[in-house]
Write a protein that binds this ligand. Structure first.
Ligand code: PMP
Length: 385
């Protein structure tokens, strides 16, 4: 039993499964999948399927409370932080943020560092002015900016950026922006992959389907002080305060996604041991794959500049489209799945989210070496880009 009166993980037997390198929805811990598969039929002591339990039940109230409690403990969030469990994906946050926090007469700073931050810029100008403080398009989104390159406004209503660009495989390894300007961050693809100095942030959001659980849930962490600053009247479903006041049950929430996320949080705290061991494991995984790129004599070419390499999404190309197709086909035959790059960039993308094991990464690296040995002699060296 957990302290919330919920049964803890049920024993499970390991089953053989493929290795999931999908960019999202992505891999989930096997112990979580095993428990969910049993609980699709019946949750112990509830005698009901996990899909059919009321969001107004005591059981679900305990699920929400424990989910929030575990997030608070993992990230050391003090009582100033509100934890909201929302829907609409991270894309809805792209709209809700300016809708709630960008007054007409004000300006917000945004970084354009890749595909998803480009998408984050679709809506803010409907509400107020937008200053793109750095645009990585000129360098084909191959790197993150240095602090000196940012054209920041110290009077900005807020500063928005994406910590990990999922499509291009770029990650910030420091925290950009001016302390004092509210810092809002989309951490969809690296949330809970490493310890986080939350004191430097004012609003953090991440959808669940990468490091946390199934699609359907978006976690928003927001400081009370920001909530009080909210200026515009917005429809109730899009108003952060309404969700806070309703303790994330303003309407029917994605109960299954929240429950699955709770099981992942239990795994992260109890099996992995928290964010520091998780970060160390993630660093070892990424190191394996990037080393495979670096020793391949240009057969595998990484998209990201070395200083901006993402530990979550490793994007690379092979010397020809033909070889890329063969790579995906042969990898698939060995159970190495989800490796196709995003449709906007092509190539290969290996996503190494929290639940991807070191063993899976080692198998991928072994496959890469074997594939190169089979094909390198017959393929011309890749062109410099
Ligand atoms: N931000 C990032 C960093 C993403 O990777 C994605 C999707 N993969 C999104 C936002 C959009 O998320 P959603 O599909 O949940 O709206």
């Amino acid at each position: 039993m957990t302290e919330f009166g919920l049964p803890s993980a049920i024993p499970h037997q390991s089953v053989h499964r493929s290795h999931n390198f999908s960019a999202g929805p992505g891999a989930l811990p096997e112990c979580v999948l095993q428990q969910l598969s049993a609980e699709l039929i019946e949750v112990p002591e509830q005698n009901l399927s996990v899909l059919g339990i009321s969001h107004r039940s005591d059981w679900f109230a305990a699920v929400v409370a424990e989910t929030e409690e575990r997030l608070r403990r993992l990230l050391q969030l003090d009582s100033d932080w509100q934890v909201l469990l929302l829907q609409g994906g991270s894309s809805l946050q792209f709209s809700m943020i300016p809708m709630n926090f960008l007054p007409k007469e004000a300006s917000a700073d945004y970084l354009k560092t890749g595909y998803w931050s480009q998408r984050s810029l679709d809506d803010p100008s409907l509400f107020g002015a937008v200053n793109v403080a750095w645009d990585g398009e000129a360098c084909a989104f191959t790197r993150m900016p240095t602090e000196a390159e940012l054209n920041l406004n110290s009077e900005a209503a807020y500063f928005h950026y994406i910590s990990n660009e999922t499509v291009e495989g770029l990650q910030f390894h420091s925290i950009p922006g001016i302390d004092g300007v509210p810092r809002f961050c989309d951490m969809s693809s690296d949330f809970l992959s490493r310890p986080l100095p939350v004191e430097r942030f004012d609003l953090i959001y991440a959808h669940a389907q990468k490091n946390l659980g199934p699609a359907g849930l978006t976690i928003v962490l927001i400081r009370q002080s920001q909530m009080n600053r909210r200026r515009r009247d917005v429809p109730s479903m899009l108003d952060y305060r309404r969700h806070r006041d309703a303790h994330s049950i303003f309407n029917t929430p994605p109960t299954f996604a929240i429950y699955a996320t709770l099981l992942v949080l239990r795994w992260l705290e109890e099996d992995v041991g928290g964010l520091e061991p998780m970060a160390a494991r993630n660093a070892r995984k990424a190191e394996l794959i990037y080393t495979a790129l670096d020793i391949s004599n240009g057969f595998y070419r990484g998209h990201a500049d070395s200083k901006s390499r993402s530990l979550m999404n490793v994007c690379f190309t092979l010397p020809s489209q033909q070889l890329q197709h063969a790579f995906l086909r042969d990898a698939g035959r060995q159970g190495l799945l989800g490796l196709a790059g995003h449709r906007s960039l092509g190539g290969i993308r290996a996503s190494l989210y929290n639940a991807v094991s070191e063993e899976s990464c080692q198998l991928l690296v072994d496959f890469m070496a074997e594939f190169q040995a089979r094909h390198a002699a017959s393929s011309p060296p890749a062109k410099e880009t």
